[in-house]
Unconditional design. Structure first.
Length: 255
């Protein structure tokens, strides 16, 4: 569990990795007390995915936790048992017993740090960069996946190939198309934002409104991948103007 900073509202990030596919779930928690409810939903999804992939097999999973008191709590143990999982716990101060997850955390942290540095983003967006790193890591070949060396975690778990045509440069300038009902005829047609990540539950990108600090989900956006959003804006360029020759894009199939 890692503490998160940024505009998302969640204070902690909890990682879950599937040993079969090497797929990673990154769960946002408002507080550590939300571990049971948030983890219950994720474990149910994992069980359903494996039951669909292996309909003739009996699903008897084991989940290994570190020795955080929130996992050792009776409520968490009861929830895990009710979903058909066998719980195991590491000894205190033995992170090597969760070596697979620890290695992934190190890799994801490197991903996130590199993206923040390249985009010249403030470190307060570190949590959002971690989410983007997980999204991309799940869609790249992983030698550590036990279900076929070099397999792609997303494909192994969902049974469909991935499509990376929609991938954009993290932290780049993105122009959000403003709907007609939100502006008058002489107002700018686009708002300058920062691309901050992908939507996991369907098509769409997450953009950060630099003026308000709020997140916006959209498919109506034009990207300038060569320009970091935190780079200085040229004199005379409006924060709300659309770049010449670019039209906000339409939808895509997000996988």
């Amino acid at each position: 569990m890692l503490k998160e900073t940024g505009p998302v509202g969640a204070k902690y990030l909890l990682g879950v990795i599937d040993h079969y596919s090497n797929y990673i779930w990154l769960l946002a928690l408002a507080s550590k007390k939300a571990v049971v409810s948030t983890l219950s939903s994720a474990l149910t999804d994992i069980r359903n995915l494996h039951s669909r992939l292996h309909p003739t097999c009996t699903f008897r999973p084991t989940i290994k936790f570190d020795c955080d008191p929130n996992y050792l709590d009776t409520a968490c143990r009861t929830m895990v048992a009710s979903l058909g999982y066998t719980a195991q716990f590491t000894a205190p101060y033995t992170h090597n017993q969760l070596a697979k997850m620890e290695r992934q955390w190190a890799t994801l942290a490197d991903f996130a740090t590199a993206m923040l540095q390249h985009a010249n983003c403030p470190t307060k967006y570190w949590g959002l960069a971690m989410r983007t790193a997980v999204y991309l890591r799940n869609r790249l070949p992983s030698p550590a996946a036990s279900a076929g060396s070099g397999g792609v975690p997303y494909t192994l778990l969902h049974g469909v190939p991935t499509d990376l045509a929609h991938v954009k440069v993290f932290g780049c300038t993105a122009y959000l198309r403003l709907e007609d009902r939100y502006r008058d005829k002489l107002s700018p047609k686009a708002l300058r934002c920062m691309f901050i990540g992908y939507c996991d539950d369907g098509p769409g990108y997450w953009l950060l409104n630099l003026a308000t600090g709020k997140l916006v989900r959209t498919i109506h956006v034009a990207f300038v991948e060569s320009q970091p959003a935190h780079a200085p804006v040229a004199p005379g360029t409006s924060q709300a103007s659309s770049p010449s020759g670019l039209e906000p894009g339409g939808g895509y199939q997000c996988q």
